[in-house]
Design a protein around this ligand. Structure first.
Ligand SMILES: [Zn+2]
Length: 271
């Protein structure tokens, strides 16, 4: 599933292609929304906001189109008139004069006005966007709140009401950088460790956004790629590296399933 940085990058591509542009047409793939399409004829895209893994495309008619990619959704920006060679279902097409932004496979889309956004069941329970106006001190305070401090980190980090935008790869990578096993809880950690965890929660999503998906140390990832590793092999500290040696200590990375999702960690560096 795309996580906060991947959704923000998709939003940036859509903004670059269609921001400020009047749309000739909006098409909805889901029959329930097709009756709304006429409301967007000639509407201008003001900006594309993201809240965690959700996207809100804002229009000058007071409406926003909400979309959540879930597991399979994928955005593509193409020149007007082109269509990617895909068998995926087209769910949403934002068609400008020169560029089209196309959302495939995602079934979770909606047209919202301000009241609808405030009442939206997913948006209304989201915590602060991990890529938004949030700093390590605020994350530290959140970790120590009564409703969060007793939770296991492996579960807490991907709870979108704690912070919005973390998924499985960011969870694994943050826990490695913080030196913590997924079963640890904020209430059991000393101040220095809580600070280190809060710092990693702020830093790694931003690094991933800036680098196109690298959470590994950037110098190491570049050196690995210069030595022949491909991007997927080089980008992570531990994620999808089960059985391979930890870059810090050489111990084989371990994988355990937590709540259905694979959790990768170094048994030596993470305690
Ligand atoms: Zn290690």
């Amino acid at each position: 599933m795309p996580e906060g940085p991947e959704i923000r990058r998709a939003a940036d591509r859509i903004e670059a292609a269609l921001g400020g542009a009047r749309l000739l047409r909006v098409r909805f793939g889901l029959p329930a929304l097709q009756g709304q399409a006429h409301r967007f004829e000639g509407a201008r895209i003001l900006r594309v906001d993201t809240r965690g893994k959700a996207m809100l495309t804002r229009f000058d008619n007071g409406l926003s189109i909400y979309s959540h990619n879930q597991l399979y959704g994928r955005w593509q920006v193409v020149a007007a008139g082109e269509r990617p060679d895909t068998r995926r279902q087209l769910r949403l097409a934002l068609e400008g004069e020169r560029w089209h932004a196309l959302l495939y496979s995602a079934s979770d889309t909606a047209v919202l006005d301000a009241a609808g956004e405030a009442a939206h069941p997913f948006l209304s329970r989201l915590g602060p966007d991990v890529l938004g106006d949030l700093d390590a001190l605020q994350v530290r305070d959140r970790l120590l709140r009564p409703e969060f401090r007793r939770r296991r980190l492996g579960n807490l980090l991907v709870d979108q009401s704690f912070v919005a935008g973390l998924g499985n790869y960011l969870r694994c990578e943050i826990l490695f950088v913080a030196g913590l096993r997924p079963e640890r809880r904020p209430m059991d950690l000393d101040d220095t460790t809580v600070d280190r965890l809060a710092r990693a929660i702020i830093d790694l999503p931003r690094r991933s956004l800036r680098t196109g998906g690298i959470t590994n140390d950037e110098a190491r990832a570049l050196a690995l790629m210069a030595a022949g590793a491909d991007f997927e092999q080089a980008r992570f500290h531990v994620f999808r590296r089960a059985g391979e040696p930890c870059y810090r200590c050489g111990t084989p990375i371990r994988m355990e399933r937590k709540g259905g999702q694979a959790c990768y960690f170094c048994p030596q560096c993470q305690r």
